[in-house]
Design a protein around this ligand. Structure first.
Ligand code: ATP
Ligand code: MG
Length: 556
């Protein structure tokens, strides 16, 4: 963990863990796990769980396992396993050699299933999936017992082994726990333990044609790994009695499941199913599209792992679900980037300016501060010459009183360079402004006047002769309403979530910036080099604008 992070405040889970340690429960051990299903990429919601599980383990001298919950071969792929590991590592967490797969436990789980059959606690059901669903009952009505519920142990063992050998087709039979069809908690109404899936698994290949259900896998995996505190989201609260039932009936080591509220974030969706739909429909360019709330998308956008960890620390951990404003995430990012992103000058919408009294063949190297927040970042040389690009909207021909930038007859400071005064405006036949004419005051080199006269505006610029062309991708929220999941989320996609700007002009040093490098473009925001750019023709993603709307929201 980085030392720049503030000390964690406690939460109800950390209190439970501290209390357990104080009372010698679990022999003082703390073992957690992060259990992703490798059926998609991790998103910012997963980051909350990762920071909680790895964070608690680190704070209490324990350890956290990375466990792939890979019980569903139809949706799981090796590429997701790899991407998930990259993302957890990128966030700054380390599982050492403790990477596990639920599929490594298939033999043990199978043996446990036979054990429950032998104990009369599990049976093979011949009902179809629809029949099982129909007979499950409702919250107000009890379910109906299966006509196959009272099969003998021998018959059940025989049928279950045949299931395993592939004697039946998918959907023909399942193995169910024999609990209580009238239980008020529907999860206890003889839940399915195993189903037939004649599918290759990304790790076990064709070794199995029956696969354990999540509920029959998760607690036992925790048990095998000697987990102490099994932290999951409140979606599993109703599954806890089943988690406990399996472990109790099997008579094995029994960790404690504790639920916390999932993260919901405004202006986006945090469900792999919905995110996958966006990828498959082509609404975004892929799982790592910089608009996606995936960790790979956020990384490509220019997010730092530190800012995401800080965000997770600030939102805290509680039982009650709420929606966190995406502006808080952006605020954490700005705070971090402000400290460490080197500054650069880039003109996004250029207009050419000629400084008439500046020698045509002269180039001066102006000294520019790399980061006013960090003296150790030093300075760099930025070339200045007679022709410059300025931002088109830094000029107005007929400005209102409060416009402190460039206008005919007005003087402004060019950052790190000179005071210039606009003397003329050049237009094309359509009356559009194509060029500005200025004069400069040679005595203001470095940006201040010896006679003490002040100017109100300071503008960024790029020398025409030295400028590098860049494409800049401007991102906005993926959805244009705060809670897109209310109703049909696809209706709320923001059509302007990506605006591509070509012909932007950046200072020459940026031509060589490596993909992933982050900058503050002065007066514009934070930008990150995208891997799409070719040598000498960089592409930048706008990570976040400079203005911090979160501060305003907080003040209200
Ligand atoms: P999704 O609904 O996005 O597919 P999931 O819960 O099915 O999420 P898993 O791969 O099973 O995805 O999740 C791994 C872990 O991450 C689980 O322990 C789950 O509780 C946690 N998790 C998933 N989404 C969130 C979230 N939004 N906030 C906090 N924890 C989450
Ligand atoms: Mg899941």
């Amino acid at each position: 963990m980085s030392t720049t992070e503030r000390p964690r405040s406690s939460d109800f889970i950390r209190e439970i863990v501290a209390d357990d340690r104080a009372h010698g429960r679990w022999d003082g051990r703390v073992v957690t796990r992060f259990p992703p299903e490798p059926n998609g990429y991790l998103h910012i919601g997963h980051a909350k769980s990762i920071c909680l599980n790895f964070g608690v383990a680190a704070e209490f001298d324990g350890h956290c396992n990375l466990r792939f919950d890979d019980t569903n071969p139809t949706k799981e792929e090796t590429r997701f396993v790899e991407a998930i590991q990259d993302d957890v590592r990128w966030l700054g967490w380390n599982w050492g050699d403790r990477v596990y797969y639920a599929s490594d436990y298939f033999d043990q789980l199978y043996a446990w299933a036979e054990q429950l059959i032998r104990d009369g606690k599990a049976y093979v059901d011949d009902q179809t999936g629809d029949e099982i669903r129909e007979n499950r009952g409702t919250l107000t009505d009890p379910g109906r017992e299966s006509p196959f519920r009272d099969r003998s142990v021998d018959e059940n063992l025989d049928l279950f082994r045949k299931m395993r050998e592939g004697a039946f087709e998918e959907g023909e039979r399942v193995l169910r726990a024999r609990i209580d069809m009238a239980a008020p908690n529907l999860n206890l109404r003889d839940p399915v333990m195993y189903r037939i899936l004649k599918q290759s698994h990304h790790r076990t290949g064709d070794a199995w044609c029956i696969y354990p259900m999540y509920d029959f896998t998760h607690g036992q995996s925790d048990s095998i790994e000697d987990v102490t505190h099994s932290l999951c989201d409140t979606g599993f609260e109703d599954h806890r009695p089943l988690y406990d039932w399996y472990l109790d009936e099997l008579g094995v080591y029994h960790p404690q499941q504790i639920e916390f509220a999932r993260l919901n974030l405004s202006h986006t969706v945090l469900s792999k199913r919905r995110l996958r739909a966006l990828v498959e429909r082509g609404d975004v360019a892929g799982w790592d599209d910089p608009r996606m709330p995936t960790l790979s998308g956020l990384r490509r956008r220019g997010y730092t792992p530190e800012s995401i960890r800080e965000f997770c620390a600030r939102i805290g951990v509680a039982k009650r679900e709420n929606v966190v404003e995406i502006q808080l995430l952006e605020h954490c990012l700005r705070e971090d980037l402000n400290r460490r992103a080197p500054r650069a000058m880039a003109v996004l919408d250029p207009i050419r300016v000629v400084i008439e009294n500046y020698p045509e063949d002269r180039t001066e190297q102006m000294e520019a501060v790399n980061n006013p927040e960090d003296a150790s970042a030093g300075t760099r040389q930025v070339p200045f010459s007679r022709e410059l690009y300025l931002e088109r909207d830094d000029f107005m021909e007929d400005p209102p009183r409060k416009f402190f930038r460039l206008a005919p007859g007005r003087e402004v400071r060019l950052r790190y360079a000179y005071f210039v005064t606009c003397t003329d405006v050049v237009k094309n036949d359509d009356g559009e402004i194509v060029e500005l004419r200025c004069t400069y005051d040679p005595k203001t080199r470095g940006g201040d006047a010896p006679d003490g006269r002040k100017v109100k505006g300071t503008l960024h610029w790029v020398s025409v002769r030295h400028a590098v062309d860049a494409e800049i991708r401007m991102y906005d929220h993926l959805f244009n309403v705060p809670e897109p999941e209310e109703g049909d989320y696809l209706q709320h996609l923001n059509p302007d979530s990506l605006v591509v700007r070509r012909g932007c002009k950046v200072e020459p040093a940026l031509a060589a910036a490596a993909p992933g490098s982050r900058f503050q473009f002065e007066r514009q925001g934070y930008f990150c080099v995208d891997p799409d750019g070719a040598d000498g023709a960089p592409v930048f993603n706008r990570t976040v604008a400079l203005r911090d709307s979160w501060s305003k929201i907080k003040k209200k």
